[in-house]
Every structure is written in C-alpha cells, then in structure tokens.
Write a protein that binds this ligand. Structure first.
Ligand SMILES: CC(C)(COP(=O)(O)OP(=O)(O)OC[C@H]1O[C@@H](n2cnc3c(N)ncnc32)[C@H](O)[C@@H]1OP(=O)(O)O)[C@@H](O)C(=O)NCCC(=O)NCCS
Length: 197
C-alpha cells in the first residue's frame, strides 16, 4: 500500500512539474523584456494612453525622452507588440546630490495583459539594470501593496520626503546600497516636467 501511494505521489509530482515547465515555456517563449528601441516609441505611447485614465503619462514619457537625461526605458514585448513599459528617470536628494538616484515612473501594462505578472517582471528587471548601473536608490510614488513586494519601503521610515503633496505612505524608497541615506534628510526632486502632471 505504502509503495502504491508513493508511486502515485511521484506520478502526480511529475505531472505537476511538466505542467509548470510547459506553462513557463509558453510564457517565456512569447514575452520579451528589453531596452526601448526607436521603433517602439509609438507602441509605448499607446500602452500609457490605454492603461491610464488620461494621456498625461504618455506625454510625460515623450517629453522626458526629448531631454538630455540618463533614462532607463524597458519594454515588454509579446508577438512583436509592445504590451508594457517602465521608465526610470534621474531624481536627486536636495541635501546630497551625489547620491545616484532614479525615480520609477511611469509603469503601465496594456489592460488585456494585466495581472499576468508582467508588471512585476518589468520592475524586477528594471531593478537589476539599476544595480548594474550602480544606482544607489530608487524612489516611487504608488500603491504600497504593489511596490512593497520588490522591497520598497515607506519614506516614513526615512527622514526623506517627496516634493509632491502626497500621503508619505505612497512615496516609497528602495536602497540599492544599504544605509546610503544614513545621516541624511531632505526632499527628493524629480525632473521639472513631473510638476505638469
Ligand atoms: C500596476 C500595473 C503596472 C501592474 O502590472 P501587472 O502586470 O498587472 O501586475 P502583476 O501581474 O505583476 O501583479 C498583479 C498585482 O498588481 C496589483 N495591481 C494591479 N493594478 C494595480 C494598480 N493600479 N495599483 C496597484 N496595484 C495594482 C494587482 O492587484 C495584483 O496584486 P496581487 O498580486 O496581490 O493579486 C498594471 O496593472 C497597470 O498598468 N495599471 C495601470 C497603470 C498604473 O496604474 N500604473 C501604476 C502607477 S504607480
């Protein structure tokens, strides 16, 4: 009896493992995360227009791209279609402008593709790129339920505030270099273009 149960368990395990492998293969076969290319610009614009209530974020991305900024712009592509976009742009702490910081904004996934982990994968990929580029901290304004899963913490835990009039809980910080803000307080400044939102 014990042998029969364990054979069944092994079969079930193999079945489930095969199912997971197949699902992952299908998923990764068609979805690609990569840096933005020139030919993606229209697709990126559409992603923001369709995902947000207004075209403000789409226009913000277009305008920031025109500036001479060190942006990190990543897309999610499926079957040659841009289905998601994530932008990081430089921000700075007014009391110590030497800390290398980026603001994560905006991020959007086309509505038909939301809740398929693509947004999470884009954020994780973006954080890896920031680490490679020796960025020391990332800030974001957004829902803590979503961003806490990537290690973002409320700015309330730091003596650092946002320049925007928002609930401090939604202004979140992730140190990529641990302790980088020790001994510092101040206000994080975004590019002026963000003030037009
Ligand atoms: C927020 C967004 C980028 C998430 O991408 P996604 O691929 O749908 O997210 P994932 O599948 O990786 O994760 C899904 C989780 O995000 C949550 N989520 C979905 N939309 C959200 C939103 N607007 N704000 C916060 N969390 C959101 C879901 O509830 C889900 O939570 P759960 O895992 O606890 O069930 C996407 O929903 C989107 O483009 N929304 C519209 C634009 C937007 O609001 N951008 C964020 C501004 S900060």
């Amino acid at each position: 009896m014990g042998g029969y149960v364990s054979t069944l368990t092994v079969r079930r395990f193999i079945l489930i493992t095969n199912l997971i492998t197949k699902t992952l293969t299908i998923f990764t076969k068609f979805m690609l995360l990569r840096f933005e290319k020139k030919e993606d610009i229209k697709g990126i614009h559409s992603v923001h227009v369709e995902s947000f209530e207004t075209d403000q974020e789409a226009k913000l991305v277009d305008d920031l791209r025109l500036g001479d900024l060190d942006l990190i712009s990543l897309v999610a592509e499926e079957n040659q279609k841009i289905i998601g976009h994530l932008l990081f742009s430089p921000v700075f702490l007014d009391s110590n402008i030497k800390i290398k910081m980026m603001g994560l904004a905006p991020i959007a996934i086309l509505p038909a593709f939301q809740n398929r982990v693509i947004g999470s994968l884009l954020v994780r990929k973006g954080l890896d790129v920031c680490v490679q580029k020796k960025i020391q901290s990332i800030v974001v304004l957004g829902d803590p339920n979503f961003y806490s899963r990537f290690g973002f913490e409320s700015s309330v835990n730091y003596s650092i505030r946002s320049d925007f009039n928002v609930n401090p809980e939604v202004f979140q910080i992730k140190e990529l270099e641990k302790g980088i803000f020790l001994g510092f307080d101040g206000i994080v400044k975004y590019h002026d273009r963000f003030n037009q939102l």
